[in-house]
Design a protein around this ligand. Structure first.
Ligand code: NAD
Length: 501
């Protein structure tokens, strides 16, 4: 059956750049097709940005930074606009979610959750800048010192296609809250929801030139690469694949740019025999199959203690088979279409690799009734060996690897046995073990007996190949600001004497 789909209301005629307060086409007029993940038919054209478009966007952002009101406004004034942005995003949540779901293939209920989170990101950073306290230090009778926090300039924001609107808000919120101006380069697979930002920002009263957006590809000569190499962009916040992060790191080196990198993952979920098994099965199903498995923090390697291994695998496979695959727009859908045919091919190739490396216990193909589009059955492999490719490599789809362990030491060794280190999930009723394991596991974040729920105040980031630096809460404020120390003499002037006659 070929799926029929109706485009959501409010669809633009085409996707354009937004520079200095205006929607514009690429200077060379080039465009590319954006595909609908349910049919893989092109449904809209998007402007393909190159160096010249980035130059125009950076010039507008630089002018707004150097001459415009935004960096000089009081935090309270900026916060008012950020709160308005949050209100507008919230009030347009359904429209936004419909576009996001249509463009990216995310199930609609999950897209709504992401839109709500996007609003929260602006509200959170509005609160944070108003309550911002800077350091001050005293040496009584001699010196006082304080920290002068300043916006840095034009921030380059480069984002991936998974939960695109939310991830854009995660960078836009702190970047503009702190007084910077920005050039956003959204992911080429999913530019639709980003096309709503200009209207939202204009309605909220963000001054012209503070937000600019150039669509298009990332590779050399295209928008992403040109943004990284622009000398007037001192900061790059990037979320995407680890290999792209390495390229950006090298390309930004000549300017010693400030870099924040949220990269790939292959996170372990470790289930000990004393865990609440119902909760562990539910959470680990959600952890890898929500967001179509296109989640950087997916717990895509499940390590299970030997004594409960067979029972866990059986229950897990049975539950995976009940996960409802459906159209992105159907509120009952739990897993929908992967973003793009290229990504579908990649995920399917790992499914085939998995069949030769391990024991397939659920899924393993295209779901019945979905002959077109990027649909993959929730797929579970058991008895996966640590050197298997499906254990080591990020698949970024609804595919999970389950491996047994027989001791705490072996669990830790397996958990740490990949190049990645983004998240870890630990299921046990022994608190000492939980905390000791957390200390030893090589990951930027740990969830104990918990789903992937994050308090916005906590640092977010990975270690090893999963990232560089942390954002989230005050760490984002630190990344997007310069911290200048001012030293004040309170006593006598002690000048060393040089060259006295
Ligand atoms: P990607 O690296 O292919 O692309 C990400 C963005 O970078 C896109 O906008 C792309 O156009 C741009 N880009 C590509 N090459 C570039 C270059 N040379 N210079 C500048 N920009 C360039 O990643 P993707 O496939 O869009 O996203 C999926 C990846 O993102 C997964 O690896 C996932 O784990 C990761 N991710 C990480 C986090 C996190 O917080 N750690 C969150 C979400 C996604």
């Amino acid at each position: 059956m070929t799926q029929s789909i109706t485009p959501p209301a409010g669809m633009p005629e085409k996707i354009r750049h937004y520079i200095n307060g205006e929607f514009v086409d690429s200077i060379d007029g080039e465009e590319f097709d954006v595909l609908n993940p349910v049919t893989n038919e092109p449904y809209i054209k998007a402007a393909s940005g190159k160096k010249a478009d980035i130059e125009a966007a950076v010039a507008a952002a630089k002018k707004a930074f150097d001459k415009g009101p935004w960096p000089k406004m009081l935090p309270r004034e900026r916060a008012r606009i950020l709160n308005k942005i949050a209100d507008i995003v919230e009030s347009r949540k359904d429209e936004l979610a419909a576009m996001e779901s249509f463009d990216s293939g995310l199930p609609i209920t999950q897209a709504k959750g992401q839109a709500a989170r996007a609003a929260e990101n602006f509200r959170f950073f509005a609160d944070l800048i108003v309550a911002q306290v800077d350091d001050a230090f005293k040496v009584p009778g001699r010196q006082a010192n304080y920290v002068n926090r300043k916006p840095i300039g034009v921030a380059g924001l480069i984002t991936p296609w998974n939960t695109p609107f939310m991830l854009e808000s995660w960078k836009l919120g702190p970047a503009i809250a702190t007084g910077n101006t920005v050039v956003l380069k959204p992911a080429e697979f999913t530019p639709l929801s980003a096309s709503l930002w200009p209207g939202i920002f204009e309605e909220a009263g963000l001054p012209t030139g503070v937000f600019n957006m150039v669509n298009g590809f990332g590779e050399e000569g295209f928008a992403g690469d040109s943004l990284v190499k622009h000398p007037d962009v001192p900061l790059i916040s990037f979320t995407g694949e680890s290999s792209t992060g390495q390229t950006i790191f090298a390309n930004a080196a000549p300017w010693l740019k400030g870099l924040s990198m949220e990269l790939g993952g292959k996170s372990p979920a470790v289930v000990f025999a004393d865990a609440d098994l119902d909760a562990a099965v539910n959470a680990t199903i959600f952890g890898v199959f929500s967001l179509n498995g296109e989640r950087c923090t997916a717990g895509s390697r499940i390590l299970v203690e030997e004594s409960i291994y067979d029972e866990f695998v059986e229950r897990y496979a049975a539950q995976a088979k009940r996960v409802k695959v459906g159209l992105p727009s159907d509120p009952a859908t739990e897993v929908a279409a992967l973003v793009h045919p290229e990504h579908y091919e990649k995920v399917m190739s790992y499914v085939e690799i998995g069949k030769s490396e391990a024991r397939l216990v659920a899924g393993g193909g295209r779901p019945e009734g979905f002959e077109t589009g990027n649909f993959v059955q929730p797929t579970v492999f058991a008895d996966v060996k640590p050197d298997a490719r499906i254990f080591q490599e990020e698949i970024f789809g609804p595919v999970v690897a389950i491996t047994p362990f027989s001791s705490d030491e072996e669990a830790l060794e397996l958990a740490n046995n990949t190049k990645y280190g983004l998240a870890a999930y630990i299921w046990t009723s022994d608190l000492k073990r939980a905390h000791n394991f957390s200390q030893a596991v090589e990951s930027g974040m740990v969830w104990l007996n918990s789903n992937n729920v994050r308090d916005l105040r906590t640092p977010f980031g990975g270690v090893k190949a999963s990232g560089l630096g942390h954002e989230g809460g005050y760490r984002s404020i630190d990344f997007y600001t310069e911290q200048q120390s001012v030293h004040i003499n309170l006593g006598e002037v002690h000048n060393p004497v040089f060259g006295k006659q």
